[in-house]
Design a protein around this ligand. Structure first.
Ligand SMILES: CC(C)(COP(=O)(O)OP(=O)(O)OC[C@H]1O[C@@H](n2cnc3c(N)ncnc32)[C@H](O)[C@@H]1OP(=O)(O)O)[C@@H](O)C(=O)NCCC(=O)NCCS
Length: 171
């Protein structure tokens, strides 16, 4: 059975290829160090029953972020203090051989679930992501992410949209 797991030594980082070398290298060389230092956390989709090293089907990374509410659309910014916190989806990738099979969507829903846990513990206004190109931007928009007024490629998914999506996805 496929499960979302915190990246661990038992996962086969070396064989992962999403077609984007910086993302591959982050998983191979940086993700575990970042987790140890509290910089970010990386979660993988892996086969629970596979023997170690377990193949990785995809991964995402999250970190806490601070933003100025004036960066948001006026409708979102009103009633918020000047400095607010959220969760940044730093990276998202599916294995090349398994793309367009719903893995990216499963990872995004899992990231929303992690956001919801943080929201329930410490708050947070939503998920933020930097889209690396127009394709990535379109990908995020179909899940309800909206561009920030200051930069089209910085996108925001409000907590309310996340809660509604999780109900719709029955998470
Ligand atoms: C972007 C990425 C995570 C998407 O994951 P995926 O598992 O391939 O996507 P899904 O199967 O969840 O896609 C669901 C739907 O999203 C859309 N979609 C998929 N890839 C897309 C893309 N690159 N651009 C726009 N829309 C896309 C399609 O409508 C797709 O449905 P369809 O296959 O029925 O047409 C994956 O392609 C990837 O890892 N790419 C390389 C790394 C990358 O670009 N990461 C984003 C960093 S900003």
């Amino acid at each position: 059975m496929h499960r979302i797991e915190l990246l661990a030594k038992s996962h086969d980082r070396d064989e992962f290829d999403c077609g984007n070398e910086p993302l591959n290298l982050f998983l191979k060389r940086t993700a575990r160090q970042h987790a140890e230092r509290g910089i970010s956390r990386t979660f993988v989709l892996a086969d629970d029953d596979a023997a170690a090293p377990k193949p990785i089907l995809g991964f995402f990374s999250l970190n806490i972020c601070q933003i100025k509410s004036e960066m948001l659309a006026p409708g979102e910014a009103k009633k918020l203090p000047r400095d607010v916190s959220g969760v940044r989806l730093g990276r998202l990738a599916a294995a090349k051989a398994r793309q367009r099979q719903g893995i990216g969507k499963a990872l995004l829903v899992a990231a929303m679930g992690k956001f919801s846990e943080i929201f329930n513990t410490a708050g947070g206004i939503g998920l933020f992501v930097d889209a690396k190109d127009q394709d990535a931007k379109l990908y995020y928009e179909q899940f309800g992410f909206v561009s920030m007024p200051s930069n089209d490629f910085q996108l925001f998914l409000p907590a309310k949209t996340i809660h509604e999506a999780l109900v719709a996805f029955d998470q």
